[in-house]
Design a protein around this ligand. Structure first.
Ligand SMILES: Cc1ncc(COP(=O)(O)O)c(C=O)c1O
Length: 387
């Protein structure tokens, strides 16, 4: 019996995942059903017991915990003034568009990709350029040739998700170097969203290479976005941070904040500190549990769900399923209507015919979802044009 086998009921608690469509079984949005580590809960209780919740600033303990985390886990030394504290990563993606490009300029990203990457350009009237990732030797990677063709003199930003949501790839040092060089050659700012970097299953085999470890001449054009939120299941606490080593870039970024971003809550700061300081033993157990879920799902897809393609997942608790070989054009709609399952629709990621499944849940719940999926697929006839 694992601590992750049982999860609190979330239906009716105002949970986005469980209450958006109460009649469906949720395998969609990227939050897990597990309670956060006990040390995080304790830190929150402690802060709540204080009883006063006025405006907060990042306290010394948090900043120290972040700098230690960056040094120990990523072998990166930065100073406290390189950090920009934020209420979430998505606002930072949008702010980067405002800060580093003018209306009419463009940003480049590769698909499939976490949906806000395909939408933030609208916040500052930019053009969006997308290039599909390619699968080479059964591994998703960048299509360098098409990226060279797609980039224009008006392209100012490259948005990266690493580890990649939804593909589950951890890009190698070589890929990151090549991407850094590509950005330098085209004078792009690299926005590197690394929110999933503490959810890597086999770090010896697929280590995370943060954009902060690029050589100095490439690092100066990077904004690295991080948060303990996905790993420790505290996304609802609303805390993330950017690391921007170059002072001019940092000034441009913070200077465009305007009055759009709300103050960050003291609970966000305190839960993040506790997660970084004390969460690692819990994180290791979590990864073992997620890996078992991942293996279960992968073998079910490859052995029982004929025609569904699942990539080798190196990180995250998200599986990117390709239903096209089974003749299914709209898998999320089919699974919803025939199985009451709620998966994320691939179209929002720029890839119809796919769906993303969240396996950050107790194994019994995952098994139930897989069994339902299996039944729906057995009954599906490819001549049904839509579900
Ligand atoms: C790649 C990626 N970036 C950002 C986010 C969301 O970040 P936040 O909740 O801090 O805005 C997610 C959530 O799933 C994500 O997968």
């Amino acid at each position: 019996m694992s601590i992750f086998d049982q999860a609190p009921h979330r239906r009716g608690t105002g949970s986005l995942k469980w209450d958006k469509c109460p009649s469906l079984q949720p395998y969609w949005v990227a939050d897990m059903d597990f309670p956060s580590p006990p040390e995080v809960l304790e830190a929150l209780h402690h802060r709540v017991d204080h009883g006063v919740f006025g405006y907060a600033i990042p306290h010394g303990g948090l900043v120290e915990a972040i700098l230690e985390y960056l040094a120990q886990r990523h072998q990166v030394t930065v100073s406290a003034d390189h950090l920009v504290h934020l209420g979430g990563l998505v606002p930072a993606l949008s702010l980067a568009g405002r800060a580093f490009a003018k209306p009419g300029d463009s940003l480049l990203t590769c698909t499939p990709i976490y949906p806000p990457f395909l939408a933030v350009h609208r916040d500052s009237n930019l053009e969006l350029i997308t290039v599909p990732h390619v699968c080479e030797n059964e591994r998703w990677t960048f299509d360098w040739e098409r990226m060279e063709e797609a980039v224009t003199p008006r392209t100012k930003l490259f948005l990266l998700s690493n580890p990649q949501n939804p593909l589950g790839r951890v890009f190698s040092e070589q890929e990151m170097q090549q991407l850094g060089t590509f950005c330098a050659r085209h004078d792009l700012i690299l926005i590197s969203d690394e929110i999933h970097c503490d959810l890597i299953f086999e770090e010896e085999r697929t280590p995370h290479f943060t954009a902060l470890r690029l050589p100095p001449e490439l690092r100066t054009r990077t904004v690295t976005l991080l948060s303990p939120s996905k790993t420790y299941n505290i996304a609802g606490m609303g805390y993330a941070y950017a690391v921007i080593p170059d002072s001019r870039l940092r000034t441009r970024f913070t200077g465009r904040r305007g009055h759009l971003l709300a103050e960050i809550s003291c609970l966000g700061y305190h839960s993040a500190e506790a997660a970084y300081r004390h969460g690692d033993p819990w994180r290791r157990k979590l990864l073992a549990y997620l890996k078992a879920n991942c293996d279960l799902l992968t073998s079910a897809c490859r052995e029982e769900l004929n025609g569904i393609i699942i990539p080798d997942i190196e990180a995250t608790y998200l599986a990117w399923l390709d239903f096209r070989p089974a003749g299914i054009e709209e898998p999320a709609a089919l699974l919803e209507q025939k199985g009451n399952l709620f998966l994320s629709d691939g179209r929002a990621f720029g890839a119809p015919g796919h769906a993303r499944l969240n396996f950050g849940c107790p194994q019994t719940f995952l098994r139930e979802g897989m069994a339902t999926m299996c039944n729906v697929l057995k009954e599906f006839r490819p001549d049904q044009s839509s579900p």
